[in-house]
Design a protein around this ligand. Structure first.
Ligand SMILES: Cc1ncc(C[n+]2csc(CCOP(=O)(O)OP(=O)(O)O)c2C)c(N)n1
Ligand code: SF4
Length: 288
C-alpha cells in the first residue's frame, strides 16, 4: 500500500542550480518509493560524491555518503548485512564510470541486490564542468580546451556486457517514463542499472533539455522486446539524431544473487548474528 510521500520531507537547503535535471529525478525517486509502499526507514540510499550524490541529503531516508566512486562496495556490504533493507546506490557519471568503474564491473558480475542510478550529465558537475567518460567527442571543457579527443563511453552496452539482469536508460525530462522504469528496477531481485540522462544547465551547454527533447524516444513503445539481449546491444549502439531510452534488457528468470551465492538460504540477517570477539581473536592469532 502506498505511503504518504510527505514522510520523506526534510526541511534543508538545496544548493543545486535552478533548472538542474537532478530536481526531477529526486521528485520521481521519492514519489516512486512512496507509491511502492516503502517507508523511509526501509530504504538505504548509498551515495557517491558529486551533485548527484547529494540527492539523499535533501530528503528523509537512511543514507551513507561515501568516498568518490566507492558507493557500490558500500552498498554491497549493506545489502549483505541486512537484506531486509531496500538498498539503492546513487551517483554521477564521473563517480560511476571513471573513479568507480572497476566497482561497477564487479557489482554487476556478483549480481548484488542493489538498484543503481547514475545521473548522467556527461560532465563533472560538482567540480565545475570537466570532461567525464560520457562527454562527447569534441566537447570543450576546462580539461579538454581543444575539444574532447575521445568518444563518450556507452554505459548501456558496457553494462549489458556484464551479464546484468536489468538495464535501462531514462531521461530527467520524462518523469512518467522514469517512474515506470524505476519501479521495475526497484522490484528486481539482484543488480538493476539505470543510466539517467540529466541535463546540467550550468556546465553542459551542449546536452541541454532541448537537445535531448529533440532526440529521445522510447524503444519499448517502438516494439523493443526487453527479453532479447542481442537486440538490446544493437539498440544501445544508437546515439545521435535519435537517442533510445527505456528498458533495454530484463532477464526472464531471476538468478541467485551474491548473498545467496555466499551465504546460502540464510534467512536471518547478518546484522542480527552475535559477534564473538574471542573467536575473532583466535583467528587473528592463528594468522600472526
Ligand atoms: C578520490 C576523489 N577524486 C576526485 C574528487 C573530486 N571530485 C569530486 S566530485 C567529482 C566528479 C563529479 O562528477 P560526477 O560524478 O559526474 O557527478 P556530478 O557532480 O556531475 O553529479 C570529482 C572528480 C574527489 N572528491 N575524490
Ligand atoms: S552544476 Fe550542473 S549538475 Fe550540479 S547542480 Fe548545477 S546544474 Fe545541477
Amino acid at each position: 500500500m502506498a505511503v504518504d510521500v510527505k514522510k520523506y520531507d526534510l526541511d534543508r537547503e538545496n544548493t543545486w542550480c535552478p533548472g538542474c535535471g537532478n530536481f526531477a529525478i529526486m521528485e520521481v525517486f521519492k514519489n516512486t518509493l512512496a507509491d511502492m509502499g516503502f517507508s523511509p526507514h526501509e530504504v538505504l540510499v548509498v551515495a557517491g560524491i558529486g551533485q548527484a550524490g547529494k540527492m539523499p541529503q535533501h530528503f528523509r531516508v537512511n543514507t551513507m555518503h561515501v568516498l568518490h566512486g566507492r558507493l557500490l562496495p558500500v552498498a554491497t556490504g549493506a545489502s549483505l548485512a541486512d537484506h531486509r533493507l531496500k538498498v539503492i546506490a546513487v551517483g554521477g557519471d564521473g563517480d560511476g564510470y571513471a573513479e568507480g568503474g572497476n566497482h561497477l564491473i564487479h557489482a554487476a558480475r556478483r549480481n548484488i541486490d542493489v538498484t543503481y542510478l547514475v545521473h548522467n550529465n556527461m560532465i563533472y558537475g560538482l567540480t565545475k564542468g570537466q570532461a567525464s567518460p560520457t562527454s562527447g567527442l569534441g566537447a570543450r571543457t576546462p580539461t579538454t580546451p581543444g575539444g574532447n579527443p575521445l568518444a563518450g563511453l556507452n554505459p548501456i552496452q558496457l553494462v549489458l556486457g556484464l551479464n546484468t539482469g536489468f538495464v535501462a536508460r531514462a531521461y530527467a525530462g520524462d518523469k512518467k517514463q522514469l517512474g515506470k522504469i524505476l519501479e521495475k528496477a526497484i522490484q528486481k531481485q539482484g543488480f538493476a542499472f539505470i543510466d539517467i540522462l540529466q541535463p546540467c544547465p550550468s556546465f553542459n551547454k551542449i546536452n541541454t533539455f532541448k537537445w535531448f527533447n529533440d532526440r529521445v524516444y522510447d524503444i519499448n513503445e517502438e516494439g523493443h522486446d526487453p527479453g532479447n539481449l542481442v537486440e538490446a546491444f544493437r539498440a544501445a549502439g544508437e546515439w545521435g539524431e535519435r537517442i533510445p531510452t527505456g528498458i533495454f534488457y530484463e532477464e526472464k528468470e531471476e538468478r541467485p544473487g551474491f548473498r545467496e551465492a555466499l551465504l546460502g538460504s540464510l534467512d536471518r540477517p547478518l546484522v542480527e548474528e552475535e559477534l564473538n570477539p574471542l573467536a575473532i581473536k583466535e583467528i587473528m592469532e592463528e594468522h600472526l
